[in-house]
Design a protein around this ligand. Sequence first.
Ligand code: NAD
Length: 481
Amino acid sequence: MKQHYPLFINGEFVESSSGEVIETFNPATGEVIGTVAKANREDVDKAVAAARAAFEQGKWPKMNAARRAKIMIKIASIMTERLPELIKAEVLNSGKTVSAAKGQIGQAIEDFEFYAAAAMTQSGDVNQVPNGFFNYTVKEPVGVCGQIIPWNYPLMMAAWKIAPALATGCTVVLKPASPTPITAYMLAEICQEAGVPAGVVNVITGSGSEIGPYMTEHPGIDKIAFTGETETGKDIMARASKTIKRITLELGGKSPNIVFDDCDIDGAVDGSLYGIFYNTGQSCEARSRLFVHANIYDRFMEKFIEKAKRLRVGDPFAEGVHMGAVISASHERVIDGYVKLAVEEGAEVLLGGKRPEGPEFEKGHWYMPTVIGNVRNDMRVAQEEIFGPVVVVMKFHDEQDVIRQANDTIFGLGSAIWTKDHGKAHRVASAIKAGIVMVNSPISAFPGTPFGGYKQSGFGRELALETLNLYTETKSVVSYV
Ligand code: NAD
């Protein structure tokens, strides 16, 4: 990892037009670990011009898909060679544990492998038309893609965006989140080393509120693929309408986790702990509303809290640590504000509810695994995304009631069901209004499984074959023969 990353435009690292930089931090210590150049609008224009030239005149969009796929496989293999270095940079810059970073970067590698294979599956149709006519369709790359990503899974989100764009022959201007830009630049270097032509992948970091809207309205960008908060998504949707840009929105969530009384309790306890405390709760699909059936409520909660108490919070590089740091001081305040709000709303902190104590936590940004009971689903803590290690717990009595409560939210990203009754599992899975349903599973996605939301959690699915449709236009050729 370098101490300073300039912008990556047209295959070269270049300083920003203004000469300004953004400091980047280690959330576990609060120390500055490096700087990146701070892009302004002029730099966006340069990156878009490079991506446009690579799309209109370059060889990438027209390259045989098998050759593109080979380059993408090479990206995956260089990432594998540089895995220890990528993990170290990701942990340093995001505060997540080594095991979380390893899992996410492992998946990022598989994403490139998956989309390398997918690149070769693209095909058009021949449609039945009246005699004398002939019709076929072709898939064409949508063009220059502006890709805007959040800080919680820095490299994995970059892979989710770049891999399908490359597979379809698009070109990219990627904007990582300001707190976590490092691994996106490392990935840009890797793409270049693997043989991605100059201008196909460009990476620029800058103020989200300045260059984000500028990218969204930019006439040189054909599509915006965005992952982030629902409020930002609304702004993007409004601005993108001015140029009828194609958009994909992967937004926030407040996912229900439903524990029925016929489940394997130990499995459900472990899966529910993972569901909320993985990545320090900073996951869009965090199962942050825990519904437990009244018949097992006391037994389940005793085990859940006992195990949550034993989760080790601390140095993300240390072995055996379950939860690393939270991303920033301001985010720590947001999390703590929600816990205080919960108490004001009449809920009860059953565990945590504060920053951990001890010399290890004097610096950096931290929050304890937090369990809040005595919650009603209409409270703000049950309706708003906290994006931290805070779970709200509610007791339920019957299936219909829990389905109603689970769906009583503006969000619809993830959901989980714990039961041994397969009939019930699939009945509830069908009734839940969410893009992802986990049945007795702590894991929400693999390369190949569609990931995305219902309702205000966004639209468009990433990580799957169908994602290719979001990076292509269908051209219908009708000919009279
Ligand atoms: P955010 O919306 O604040 O920022 C996301 C990105 O958008 C950043 O790069 C930021 O600089 C940029 N940005 C900010 N304002 C912008 C604007 N007006 N126009 C364009 N870009 C702008 O989100 P965050 O705090 O970085 O990330 C956390 C959020 O991301 C949570 O809500 C989480 O649920 C969501 N998320 C969703 C998924 C998913 O797949 N659905 C995955 C991960 C994270």
